[in-house]
Design a protein around this ligand. Structure first.
Ligand code: 1CP
Length: 327
């Protein structure tokens, strides 16, 4: 998750020359940045360099990334504003993402698989309605509870867009896809079941999935494991708050798990990191079906050497795991 992020000097040196959105829209550069953590860290998969908000612009919403406040979007809050959004043809409006995928696959030459991704409809709606990052999600929840028909119309459009967008990524060469519901955990269990889950399920159901695992990540999801399972995803991504042993017990073999080291653990010493990697692996147990990952995006202040310590520790300590790859 956001592994290419701002913590790598080689990423920063490209970003000094190219604004973020332009980087996303230039397939050669997006491919180069995607490859950086693969080359430097020896991770077992590459994650497409892009952003979950790219389809918002394709749907007709104004989008910019500011240095100080992160993403800014012209908020969608009324029924007529929802009506003006389109369900874009991905080849037409997001062709640069598909070209980046094809270019990354050429550069990877089968070394590791490529993961494509999209935002889950609820999380995408939070940015579209709030107009950027939010803490309270007031406008979104107001739409959900005061204007449910407008909310449903918006979520329908986002789900349809996301299904087409992820299908196009798979067709272009993505070998797994991850759906990010970063803010799904702010909903109660019944609200999640009514206002978030059906739209995710619709996306999962629409994907051409032969041999393409679907990973569904929800932040702060301790109360949501059971409905997450109903999404039909093959892998559930969870953050560090819920022990993997408990997640595995509740999942009961019906899906794999991905996670879940606290990204802040990388601020510790190499010995601390190894200890914590070992603890996550113990929690996950020996049964197959655990994808080691951080429980959320890597933090920009992370020392790249510590990320490397993490990858090496996972390779060394995981049972039946792969041998460490040379740098
Ligand atoms: O200044 C910069 O260089 C931009 C920083 C940055 C980066 C590197 C943003 C802005 N997005 C990304 C890339 C990104 N984002 C990837 C590509 C893979 C990679 O870099 O390794 C991915 C998968 C994302 C996903 C993403 N974007 C999520 C969901 C994942 C999660 O962490 O739960 C979300 C919520 C976003 C929105 C977003 N994009 C960028 C920012 C600053 C934000 C807002 C985050 C927030 O609201 O807190």
């Amino acid at each position: 998750m956001r592994q290419a992020g701002r913590y790598l000097p080689e990423y920063q040196s490209i970003r000094r020359k190219v604004p973020f959105l332009e980087l996303c829209k230039t397939p050669d550069l997006a491919a180069e940045v995607t490859m950086q953590p693969v080359e430097r860290l020896g991770v077992d998969a590459a994650i497409l360099f892009s952003d979950i908000l790219i389809p918002c612009e394709a749907m007709g919403q104004t989008l910019e990334f500011t240095e100080s406040q992160g993403p800014r979007l012209a908020p969608i809050r009324s029924s007529s504003e929802v009506d003006r959004l389109i369900v874009p043809d991905p080849a037409d409006r997001c062709g640069f993402v598909l070209e980046a995928i094809r270019e990354i696959r050429r550069r990877l030459v089968g070394r590791v698989p490529l993961i494509g991704f999209a935002g889950a409809p609820f999380t995408l709606a939070s940015y579209m309605v709030e107009g950027g990052s939010s803490r309270s999600f007031t406008y979104l929840k107001r739409m959900m509870f005061a204007e449910p028909a407008t909310y449903r119309k918006l979520l329908d459009k986002i789900a349809e867009t996301t299904a087409l967008y992820l299908s196009a990524q798979i067709e272009a060469g993505a070998q797994a896809v991850q759906i990010f519901d970063s803010w799904g955990g702010v909903l109660s269990l019944p609200d999640f079941e009514e206002h978030a889950l059906p739209y995710v399920s619709r996306v999962v159901d629409a994907l051409p999935r032969e041999d393409v695992p679907v990973i569904y990540y929800v932040g702060q999801a301790a109360h949501l494991i059971e409905p997450m399972l109903e999404s039909g995803a093959d892998v559930l991504g969870i953050d560090w708050r819920l022990p993997l042993s408990e997640a595995r017990r509740r999942i009961g073999g019906r899906a794999s798990v991905q996670g879940n080291l606290d990204p802040a653990a990388l601020f510790g010493t190499p010995e601390d990191i190894e200890r914590k990697v070992s603890a996550v692996l113990d929690e996950a147990g020996k049964a197959p079906g655990h994808v080691f990952n951080l429980g959320h995006g890597i933090l920009p202040q992370t020392n790249p050497e510590h990320a490397r310590v993490l990858v090496d520790a996972v390779h060394r300590l995981s049972s039946g795991g792969t041998e460490p790859r040379p740098a």
